[in-house]
Design a binder for this molecule. Structure first.
Ligand code: ADP
Ligand code: MG
Length: 394
């Protein structure tokens, strides 16, 4: 372990009285925007009542080699079966107390949901909060995505969809689905969903409902959008996009990670649903099939819309925008009206001439996930019933 990491771990032990009575910090395993995560050994391991089967299995690796060390660890723990490793998530003090409370509360609500990393407990000392989660050995997505066969994608996605199915059954939006928040263990062919820092309950936005919730408007939006394409709004669009845009802006939750944001998030829909997570799963599948990470690489929301429209074409983007009461216009000459099929995109991206039958099947699932209209997009429950899972071709 790096000396600076050691120093950082000592600092945590010093600022948190008593923490070292219960935990032995092992390493720093994650550093994000909102937290630092450490691997630690829980010295009170035996006190757990819960069933942590999957974590036990995953942690077996830790003891497998070398055997002599295994015995020593067991000896050190004076008769305990095995060491229990945990992830200590130190949430930055810059996070608002409400945000921290929200994360812990949602995790508490989701206890018992398979494939969702459970919360063991949490500690607070002054303004510092540490969440304790069982440690889950996993592989870095950037290393594994290139080697994934379709069968691996199936295991990965089934596990992720299972997690999301339970989260969504609780009417909770994760809002930040991406590879670093889904820890996947290729040996177990299972993963756990982590990081509920941006999660929220569906319908917790205190704004007036979006146009897309009115069924008749959704139908009308198609008519509207064809009207707009014949009569472009006279905003005086010059080349590029306006720098000093004086139009009033709409407020909507846009939390998430660039490249993974659903179209309705970009269009500032005020009635976002659990379907936003399904779009992000689609982006992960696109990354796997297209063998490119990150697949989308936008600097901001406008860039992201441009990337999206170069795939979907302007016609479908206009319809999607109108659905949320927005107008989509672009004068970028390379963006066509029609867009491309997912099959074509997957072939281009992965540089292959033809897709195998199983890749075609996965691509059909992809098109159900990356559907611009959230009401038509597959839910996690729908996706688990997709032929890709229920009737896989090999
Ligand atoms: P942040 O809000 O800072 O993104 P996360 O909860 O996503 O925090 O954790 C950051 C990283 O820490 C994860 O991407 C993962 O690498 C690691 N991590 C988090 N929880 C665990 C866990 N239970 N087991 C193993 N590693 C974890
Ligand atoms: Mg994270």
């Amino acid at each position: 372990v790096d000396e600076s990491v050691r120093e950082d771990m000592r600092k945590l032990e010093d600022t948190f009285p008593g923490i070292s009575d219960r935990f032995r910090l092992v390493n720093r395993i994650g550093e994000g925007t909102f937290s630092t995560v450490y691997k630690a050994e829980d010295l009170h391991y035996d006190h757990y009542q819960n069933d942590w089967d999957i974590f036990d299995k995953a942690q077996q690796d830790t003891y497998d080699s070398p055997p002599s060390k295994r015995r020593r660890v067991q000896g050190d723990l004076s008769g305990r079966k095995k060491a229990r490793f945990v992830a200590l998530k130190k949430i930055y003090v810059t996070s608002s107390p409400l945000r921290i409370q929200n994360e812990l509360e949602l995790l508490h609500d989701l206890r018992g949901c398979g494939s969702v990393c459970p919360l063991i407990t949490a500690f607070r000392y002054q303004d510092q909060v540490v969440a304790v989660l069982p440690y889950f050995p996993h592989t870095d997505f950037r290393i594994q995505y290139r080697t994934f066969m379709v069968a691996d994608m199936r295991h990965y996605l089934r596990s992720l969809m299972t997690a999301l199915n339970s989260v969504h059954e609780h009417d909770i939006l994760h809002r930040d689905i991406k590879p670093t928040n889904f820890l996947y263990n290729p040996d177990l062919k299972e993963g756990v969903l982590v990081d509920f820092g941006l999660a929220e309950r569906q319908g917790s936005e205190y704004t007036s409902p979006c146009l897309c919730t009115h069924q008749s408007y959704v139908r009308r939006s198609r008519i509207l959008s064809s009207y707009y394409s014949k009569n472009p709004p006279s905003a005086g669009l010059s080349a590029g996009y306006p720098k000093n845009d004086s139009r009033p802006s709409r407020r909507a939750n846009r939390a998430g990670t660039r490249g993974f944001r659903a179209p309705e998030v970009l269009f500032k829909c005020t009635s976002q649903t659990t379907k936003i997570d399904m779009w992000s799963v689609g982006v992960i599948l696109l990354t796997l099939l297209g063998r490119r990470f990150p697949f989308f690489n936008s600097a901001d929301d406008i860039d992201a819309m441009i990337e999206m429209s170069s795939i979907f074409g302007t016609r479908r983007m206009k319809t999607a925008a109108a659905m949320h009461g927005q107008i989509f216009e672009t004068n970028i000459p390379t963006i066509g009206e029609k867009g491309y099929s997912w099959e074509k995109l997957v072939k281009w991206s992965s540089c292959v001439e033809d897709l195998t039958e199983s890749e075609e099947q996965a691509t059909r699932l992809l098109s159900g996930l990356m559907e611009l209209d959230p009401s038509k997009r597959l839910s996690a429950a729908d996706a688990l019933q997709h032929e890709f899972f229920t009737n896989p071709v090999h």
